[in-house]
Design a protein around this ligand. Sequence first.
Ligand code: B16
Ligand code: MG
Length: 212
Amino acid sequence: MKAIIFDLDGVVVDTAKYHYLAWRKLAEELGFAFEEEHNERLKGVSRMRSLEIVLEVGGLTGMSEVQKQELAERKNGYYLNMISGIDQSEILPGISQFISRQKRAGYKIALGSASKSGRMILEKLGLADQFDAIVDGNLAERAKPDPQVFIKAAELLGVPCSECIVIEDAAAGIDAALAGGMKCIGVGGKAILGKADIVVPDTEALSGIEML
Ligand code: B16
Ligand code: MG
């Protein structure tokens, strides 16, 4: 294995809580409650797909494309406001040390995130310089579970997909990595991430994986 491709939200930083709070605020404005139990479905999927899931939960059908665009932009405004002060203190436990160690061991490091704010968030966390390639939602038109975001990262690194390991916290991301012919480590619960080659319960446990 020559490269490690990191998902962002849920692997490098817990931005999922801010995505959730922003969707919940939008849902409240639309007149329904968006409960946390539905949040898992939003992880790793694109902004527009997330909106469709939120509207489905609220039983709102028949919105025009223009209306959907406005709602997605409104939610993104709330989200950007919530993450405006994000800093190194929000990097998930053990991740900075893990990235430094794998770089010293010779791995190339990339980001493969669905988020259009991916690069900006890495910069705010002070981690952007550690990444040899950054692919976020601005560079990939097709959302996970399509493997495009990870394949682009492998191409930018100049490493064949078969020599890349993806680290993911979402079922859509695991499916994307496997569809791209990559190895995959899941961070979270086995019930959701069971298709991954290895599943660890949290980011701190990544340092104990023997294949790295
Ligand atoms: P944005 P990841 C994903 O990030 C999030 O998990 C998902 O909830 C979000 O909808 C998506 O980014 C798009 O984010 O609205 O900022 O473009 O897990 O792929 O790093
Ligand atoms: Mg994620």
